[in-house]
Design a binder for this molecule. Structure first.
Ligand SMILES: [Zn+2]
Length: 160
């Protein structure tokens, strides 16, 4: 992840820290601090977690982060998820069904800010079970992959 993006998340207060101490060997007691930026989830399976996409990789100008608010970033992530749904690659975090825009089961992108700092997608009808499905899981245990380069069509709906 680019330093600029990491710094932007820090500025927004969105970095997670995990502090562990190597207590097994008291002679060499070391404190390990792992810092993690928010992540995105295309589903709740082991292979579904991604590093946060970088707007610059999707055609935003290099300096875009200076101007972006958190709302702008939510919007960008929503576009990324729309690309994922259009590609048939996004699953509901709760029921694990592939999301689409035609089956009459609307979905929403949610940013989980408590403990996780993770964007995920879920059916409207499944949202109420989200808390249950996040419980007992640790964001530092999930394996992250590179985010897919979905086609975001960023300029189409802006109308300017
Ligand atoms: Zn669902």
């Amino acid at each position: 992840m680019r330093q600029e993006l990491l710094a932007w998340f820090a500025q927004e207060g969105l970095l997670l820290q995990n502090i562990t101490t190597g207590s097994e060997d008291p002679e060499h007691d070391e404190v390990k601090v792992i810092v993690r930026a928010p992540i995105v989830a295309l589903g709740h399976g082991r292979e579904d977690f991604r590093e946060c996409p970088d707007p610059v990789a999707f055609g935003y100008p290099e300096s875009c982060l200076e101007l972006m608010t958190l709302d702008d970033f939510h919007w960008f992530i929503l576009r990324w998820f729309e690309g994922a749904v259009a590609a048939g690659r996004a699953r509901c975090f709760v029921c694990n069904k592939v999301l689409d825009n035609t089956s009459g089961h609307p979905w929403d992108a949610v940013f989980v800010s408590a403990d996780w700092h993770c964007w995920l997608v879920v059916h409207f009808d499944c949202k109420r079970y989200l808390g249950r499905d996040l419980k007992g899981r640790n964001p530092f245990e999930v394996e992250l992959r590179e985010p897919e380069m979905f086609d975001l069509r960023l300029t189409e709906s802006e109308g300017q």
